[in-house]
Design a protein around this ligand. Structure first.
Ligand SMILES: [Zn+2]
Length: 265
């Protein structure tokens, strides 16, 4: 299957290729992820936070596509009177905050939303790179987040972590770098440009070339890919027991012991 802008997010593409977000979804709940890529359950609806992310991406990286984007999401972006909803008024401030930074705007120059594919451990992967600059060999991912400095509890780490660890952007960056390498693109620098939703928004550029974190991401990814391959070969996907899919399809046949799941008080 050849990936294009129009079929990149299709069910067929998701069934044929694993991706950074697919790895995250598979780790969250194997059963729900497998059901989604097999077309057995509806993909999760796009949340406002996700749409704000796409809106900021579109306005900063592909402004020529913005009129079409706005038309497609008119009701989500605009109130009936024509004014923008508060989330998108804020999104405009985020866009302006980034545009004010000449250094950052320079980093965002290059090929936008470049699609790359390749096999990692025999499993086909797809990726869409926010910015790929083939002159400077720089890779940039643009992120929106509530607060660049806030920390949230992570059951996996057993401590509070910042947004890059909370969303495991190291794994995403590792996958991007690996796929670049497989396509003979030798990346020299990779960054996350983050803009948050505070007023006024904070803009940050994070260097993501830390080899220790990337090595750790690689190790964890190897385990996940192996598990994914086993499930594809017929192993029963595990259920998280808590997501929409699990709640909808769970059939109880025994009582369970009560624990406050994932929390250490
Ligand atoms: Zn689940």
């Amino acid at each position: 299957m050849k990936l294009t802008d129009t079929n990149y997010y299709s069910q067929e593409a998701n069934e044929s290729y694993l991706s950074a977000s697919g790895v995250k979804a598979f780790r969250d709940c194997e059963a729900a992820y497998m059901a989604t890529i097999q077309g057995l359950c509806e993909p999760k609806e796009q949340t406002t936070a996700m749409l704000v992310g796409s809106y900021v991406d579109c306005r900063l990286l592909e402004p020529a596509k913005y009129p079409a984007f706005r038309e497609e999401h008119r009701d989500a972006i605009h109130k009936r009177g024509g004014f923008k909803r508060a989330d998108f008024e804020r999104a405009d401030q985020m866009v302006d905050a980034v545009k004010r930074q000449e250094y950052v705007m320079k980093l965002l120059e290059g090929e936008s939303q470049a699609i790359l594919t390749g096999d990692i451990q025999g499993v086909p992967f797809k990726s869409k790179l926010d910015v790929l600059n083939r002159d400077t060999m720089t890779l940039v991912d643009l992120k929106t987040t509530a607060d660049v400095n806030s920390k949230t509890w992570s059951a996996k780490h057993s401590r509070k972590v910042g947004f890059i660890d909370a969303w495991d952007y190291w794994t995403q960056m590792y996958i991007y770098l690996d796929l670049c390498g497989r396509n003979d693109i030798e990346i020299k620098s990779c960054y996350i440009v983050a803009v948050d939703k505070k007023s006024p928004p904070a803009v940050r550029v994070y260097d993501m070339s830390d080899t220790v974190s990337l090595k750790d991401a690689q190790r964890r990814l190897q385990t996940t890919i192996q598990r994914f391959a086993n499930v594809k070969d017929g192993a029963t996907p595990s259920r998280c027991g808590d997501c929409e899919y699990c709640r909808e399809t769970e059939l109880i046949d025994a009582p369970m012991t009560y624990t406050a799941n994932g929390w250490n008080w």
